[in-house]
Design a protein around this ligand. Sequence first.
Ligand code: NAI
Ligand code: MG
Length: 497
Amino acid sequence: MGIAVSPQIHPQVAEFIDKPRKMLINGRWMNAASGKTFPTYNPATGEVLAQIAEGDRDDIEQAVRAARKAFDSGPWRRMTPSERGRLIWKLADLLEQHSEEFAYIESLDNGKAFNIAKVADVPLAVDMFRYMAGWATKIEGNTIPISSGGKFLAYTLREPIGVVGQIIPWNFPLLMAAWKLGPALAAGCTVVLKPAEQTPLSALRLGELVMEAGFPEGVVNIVPGYGETAGAALAAHPNVDKVAFTGSTEVGKLIVHAAAGNLKKVSLELGGKSPNVVFKDADLDSAIAGSASAIFFNHGQCCCAGSRLYVEKSVYDRVVEGVAAEAKKIKVGSGLDPETQMGPLVSVEQLNRVCGYLEAGFSEGAKAVVGGHKAGDRGYFVEPTVLVNTKEDMKVVKEEIFGPVVTAMPFTDPEEIIPRANDSEYGLAAAVWTRDIGKAHRMAEQLRAGTVWINCYNVFDAALPFGGYKQSGWGREMGHEVLNNYTQTKAVCANIA
Ligand code: NAI
Ligand code: MG
């Protein structure tokens, strides 16, 4: 497979990555206290893209102090909800004005196709900020009729939870920053955000727009660095009131332990191994196209990827052949090439991890109808892959691969499919393809997953809550439900006798 790696770089982005990028603490751009920097790579070439200030314990300390001060005594807490909402809306406008530049940064740093980042990642991030800007003025408590003797006026207040630590992954770097910052700011919290070490650039550029929008100093602090150092220090910090994490289930468990010290609140959006169930009565053309995009969108680097494809036996061959044909058509290449539909994986670690899963699958008897290997001789490319001859106890069926690899399995009895689909420690998403609306909604009720798609896949909206059952996480992102992560309820009871 010939992989073209386009050399030209957007001029503003070239300027942005030319000098080592600093971290944002208390409204100022700072070097790391240690003076250290770390490299971020271009996954299409494996070359170093930029140097970034390497945040660690001391920088987290300073950032938390700034966020604490901004929360406890800064102008932020005196602002009206309407003023908060307007700032968030302004940030959305600025981001939209720089769409092209952000799509470029995402493509360079993460590897994803520029054309896709431009129509998906960036506008979804803009929309998230706008949706959350609207919520700033609508976070309400209740008046509660109570039945104790006497006469009382009782009501609840929903107050911001305080200083929030947010740790995000590399698969949708900008969008994850928006999912985290939007609701925290709408609720009136202050934030220390740690982007993933693989993809810190878009969050740092967003930090510049945060300052340009006019957020008071210390409200948003951004400290890039590694998970084991900066991330761990943030999760354990005694002055952080809440930590919100998106990433692996393994690290999610470490976050829970780290949070135990001061019992900070925790929300987690973790891994998945989502079942995608195709019945013989489905519109097979759309089920085939949808099942391919369920796994191949973002190179399979989606926590909700439809990675377990279950197909009713009588249409199994046709659907598997169809998905394989879709896989063959995908143009793999540098994200900056306008023809590219699938870029490289984010890092050499992920390349090795995904290739390791492929080898494990083959040694346990799986066969690739298409793909199955690394692609190209430079960069971190993997062929879109469809595996058959797979069984529930295989590693490739049980574990999250986080690459463009789907396992296909037939089923005969519609009754049998629910327990098989639910047979996972994860429960993030699931999909059903059928023309029988009763069956579709019965399935939706029985699938143990935070999202169920019917005759579609990967439909996201700022208004639609997203999150996991079982080991896929705690709490929900997006929708008004996410505000529960960033507020706490105070009950006030007044004797008015
Ligand atoms: P990870 O969970 O290690 O990284 C996610 C974030 O957590 C990064 O910002 C990282 O710096 C931070 N982190 C790592 N260790 C930490 C610690 N001890 N304390 C605090 N923060 C820490 O994920 P990684 O290693 O990049 O990818 C491994 C696997 O995780 C992937 O193959 C995939 O299966 C899963 N994953 C799931 C994601 C999702 O969207 N749910 C996103 C990224 C990865
Ligand atoms: Mg890790």
